[in-house]
Ligand binder design. Structure first.
Ligand SMILES: C[S@@+](CC[C@H](N)C(=O)[O-])C[C@H]1O[C@@H](n2cnc3c(N)ncnc32)[C@H](O)[C@@H]1O
Length: 221
C-alpha cells in the first residue's frame, strides 16, 4: 500500500513539476521532459532497430515518439493516431525536435482512425503497432485482412500487464477482456500474424512482448 501511495505521489509530483495536463500515455507523461530533450526511455528505444523496411505506418502512434525516432533512418513514416490531443502533442514534439536540428521531417503525423486510412497500407512495407491492436476489437479482422494483402512486414508489440492478466485468468477466451488481452501476448500476436499468412521472423518474450512477421509481397510503388 505504501509503495502504491509513493508511486502515485511521485507521478503527481512529476506532473506538477512539469506543469503538464494529464493527457497522453503514462510512459509519455512521466518522461515528457526527458523525451523532449532527446533522452529516450527504453520502452521506445528498444524498438527502433527492430523495425524493418523503409516505409512505415505506425498504428496508434500517440505522441509520435517512436515514429519520430524512426524517421531519420527511413524513407517515410506515417504516425497514425485517432486522438486529436495526442496527435497535437506529436506535432508539437516534431516541431520542437526540428528546431533542435533533428532529421524528423520524413515523419508525417496523420490524425484519424485506421479504418478510414486503410489506403495507407498500400504505400508502406511495414506496419508497426505498439500496445494498440487490442483496441481494434470488432474491426481487427477487417484491418488485418487489409494488412495481409499489401504489407510485407509487421512489428507488433504487446503489453506485459495485459498478458499477465490473460494468463492469470487461465486464458479463458470466453472472457470479454480476455479476448483483447490475448492480443497483448506473444501467443496471441503470433497466432494473428500466422493467420494472415506471415512467417514469424523473430520474437522477444521479455518485457512487452514483440512479434515480427514477414511475407513475400512486392514493395510499394
Ligand atoms: C495504449 S496507446 C499506445 C500508444 C503508443 N503506441 C505507446 O505504446 O505509447 C494506444 C493508442 O492507439 C490509438 N488507437 C486505438 N485505436 C486506433 C485506431 N483504430 N486508429 C488509430 N489509432 C488508434 C489510441 O488512441 C492510443 O493513442
Amino acid at each position: 500500500m505504501s509503495g502504491h501511495v509513493h508511486t502515485v505521489r511521485s507521478w503527481l509530483g512529476q506532473l506538477l513539476e512539469s506543469g503538464d495536463r494529464p493527457s497522453g500515455s503514462l510512459a509519455y507523461r512521466t518522461n515528457r521532459k526527458a523525451i523532449w530533450r532527446g533522452d529516450i526511455p527504453e520502452k521506445y528505444a528498444r524498438l527502433v532497430d527492430r523495425v524493418p523496411g523503409q516505409r512505415i505506418l505506425e498504428l496508434g502512434a500517440a505522441e509520435g515518439v517512436l515514429s519520430l525516432l524512426l524517421a531519420p533512418s527511413k524513407e517515410k513514416v506515417f504516425a497514425l493516431e485517432m486522438k486529436p490531443e495526442r496527435h497535437a502533442e506529436a506535432l508539437r514534439l516534431q516541431s520542437y525536435w526540428q528546431e533542435q536540428g533533428r532529421d524528423v521531417g520524413r515523419c508525417e503525423m496523420v490524425l484519424g482512425d485506421i479504418k478510414q486510412h486503410l489506403h495507407l497500407l498500400r504505400s508502406v512495407d511495414t506496419l508497426l503497432a505498439v500496445r494498440s491492436i487490442y483496441y481494434l476489437r470488432g474491426d481487427l479482422q477487417q484491418v488485418f485482412d487489409a494488412v495481409g494483402r499489401s504489407v510485407a512486414n509487421v512489428v507488433l508489440c504487446g503489453n506485459k500487464n495485459r498478458a499477465r492478466k490473460y494468463y492469470d485468468a487461465n486464458g479463458d477466451p470466453a472472457d470479454h477482456l480476455g479476448k483483447s488481452n490475448y492480443l497483448a501476448t506473444l501467443e496471441g500476436m503470433t497466432s494473428l500474424l500466422e493467420a494472415c499468412g506471415y512467417a514469424i521472423v523473430s520474437t522477444v518474450a521479455e518485457g512487452d512482448p514483440i512479434v515480427i512477421g514477414a511475407k513475400n509481397i512486392s514493395p510499394p510503388n
